[in-house]
Write a protein that binds this ligand. Structure first.
Ligand SMILES: *Cc1c(COP(=O)(O)O)cnc(C)c1O
Length: 377
C-alpha cells in the first residue's frame, strides 16, 4: 500500500512491461528483477504480467518478497538478491522453495541447517561472486574453499552462479566490464567441475542490451523492463530504442486562477509574474515523489502540451503557468510522467527528471511508485 492518500496516482502499463520483457530476449535467458516492489511498479501485478509473458524466474530483494510471490501462487524460481539475514529469513526461504543466495561462508551452514530443519530435501542455492562490485559475494580466489565447504553439505545444490557488473552501462568502462567477466569466468571454472549443471548469471539491463550479453549467461534486467534505457547519453543509446516506459504519473488540477504582473506565488516567493498570467494548482508535490529540488525547472504535460512549473514545489501541491493553454480547467490532469502528448510535444520521463536531479531514473521510479496509489492498465 502506498503510504499517502492522494489524488495523484501512478498508472502502470502492464502491456508495455510485457513488450519490454519480450524485447529483451527469450524467457530461458532471463531472470527479470522485481526487487523493491518492482522498482515502484508493484511486485504482484508486475510478476503476473511477466509470468503471462513467459517469465521462468524472478530476482527479488528479500526472502519476504519471495514469500509474497509464493503466497500469490507464483511457481517460478525465485532468487532474493540481498540474501538471508536471519534464521527466520532462512526458514522462510526454504519453506517457500526459494533459491537463496550464498554470499559468505557463514551462509553455507545456515542454509544447510535450514534445509535439514525443514526436511525439504535438496535445497537449490545461488552462489554469489564479487567480481568487482565490492558488495556481496566470494572472490574468485575463494572459489576452491567454497567448493570444499559445499561438498561437506550435499543438501545444498548450487543452481546459479551470480555476479553483478558495476559499470557496463558506461562504454568507456568496457575494460573494467571485461575484467569483471574474466573474474566471474574464473569463479565459474572452479565450480563447474563439481557442479556441472550450474547456470551463470551476470548481466543487468545494460549487459542484456549491449555487447556484454555474450558473456552474461542468464541476464537479470531491471530498469529496461520498466522502459529505461541504461545507455542514454552514450554512443550505445540506439541499443535501448524501442523500450517503453511502463509508469506514468498524473495529478488533478485543483484550481486555475489569474496571477497579475508583479504578484508572487508559493513559499519563499522565488517566482514573480513578469506579466499577467494564468496559474493552475496541481495536487502533486514532494510528498508524492515530485522532488522540491525540481522547483521552477520542469514543464508538465496538460491537455497534451507542456506548461512550465513555477514557484517552489510544496508538499502536495505545485503550480503551473498555463497562460498559453486557455482551455485548462480544474479537474484536468497534469502529467508528471508520461501522458498523452500533442504532435511535437514530448511527455516528461523519468530520465529527464533524473538528469535534473543529478540522479538516475531508478530513484525517480522507486519514489513516484512508492508514494502514489497505483492503477493498472
Ligand atoms: C538491481 C540489480 C539488477 C538489475 O539491474 P538493472 O540495472 O536495473 O538492470 C541485477 N542484478 C542485481 C544483483 C541487482 O541488484
Amino acid at each position: 500500500m502506498p503510504c499517502t492518500f492522494t489524488p495523484a496516482f501512478c498508472r502502470i502499463d502492464l502491456a508495455a512491461l510485457r513488450r519490454n520483457f519480450r524485447r529483451l530476449g527469450p524467457a530461458e535467458e532471463l531472470m527479470p528483477v522485481i526487487k523493491s516492489d518492482a522498482y515502484g511498479h508493484g511486485l504482484l501485478p508486475v510478476a503476473a504480467a511477466l509470468a503471462d509473458a513467459g517469465a521462468l524466474r524472478f530476482a527479488v530483494g528479500t526472502a519476504s518478497e519471495g514469500l509474497a510471490l509464493r503466497r500469490a501462487g507464483f511457481g517460478q524460481e525465485i532468487v532474493p538478491l540481498m540474501g538471508c539475514l536471519t534464521p527466520e529469513d532462512w526458514r522462510v526461504a526454504v519453506a517457500s522453495g526459494l533459491t537463496p543466495l550464498i554470499a559468505g561462508f557463514d551462509d553455507i551452514a545456515a542454509a544447510a541447517a535450514a534445509a535439514r530443519a525443514c526436511g525439504a530435501g535438496v535445497l537449490p542455492v545461488a552462489l554469489k561472486c564479487d567480481s568487482g562490485m565490492g558488495r556481496l559475494g566470494f572472490t574468485p580466489d575463494e572459489a576452491p574453499e567454497l567448493v570444499a565447504r559445499l561438498r561437506a553439505h550435499p543438501v545444498l545444490a548450487p543452481r546459479f552462479a551470480l555476479s553483478h557488473l558495476s559499470s557496463v552501462d558506461m562504454p568507456d568502462e568496457d575494460a573494467y566490464t571485461d575484467m569483471q567477466a574474466g573474474r566471474f569466468a574464473r569463479f565459474l571454472e572452479a565450480l563447474r567441475d563439481i557442479f556441472p549443471g550450474i547456470l551463470p548469471s551476470l548481466g543487468n539491463s545494460a549487459a542484456t542490451l549491449g555487447p556484454a550479453r555474450a558473456q552474461s549467461g542468464i541476464c537479470r534486467p531491471g530498469l529496461a523492463l520498466y522502459g529505461g534505457n541504461p545507455f542514454t547519453g552514450t554512443e550505445r543509446e540506439p541499443l535501448g530504442h524501442g523500450l517503453e516506459w511502463a509508469m506514468s504519473v498524473a495529478a488533478p488540477i485543483l484550481a486555475v486562477h489569474p496571477l497579475r504582473a508583479g504578484e508572487s506565488l508559493s513559499y519563499g516567493r522565488i517566482f514573480t509574474a513578469p506579466k499577467d498570467m494564468r496559474v493552475a494548482v496541481v495536487a502533486a508535490g514532494y510528498a508524492t515523489g515530485y522532488a522540491r529540488a525540481l522547483s521552477g525547472r520542469v514543464s508538465l504535460l496538460v491537455r497534451g502540451r507542456r506548461a512550465p512549473q513555477v514557484g517552489r514545489v510544496c508538499m502536495s501541491m505545485l503550480m503551473l503557468d498555463v497562460s498559453e493553454l486557455p482551455d485548462v480547467a480544474a479537474g484536468d490532469l497534469a502529467w508528471v510522467l508520461g501522458g498523452p502528448a500533442e504532435p511535437g510535444q514530448r511527455p516528461v520521463d523519468a530520465q529527464e527528471l533524473a538528469q535534473l536531479l543529478d540522479t538516475i531514473p531508478y530513484e525517480v521510479l522507486c519514489l513516484m511508485g512508492g508514494l502514489n496509489p497505483r492503477v493498472y492498465a
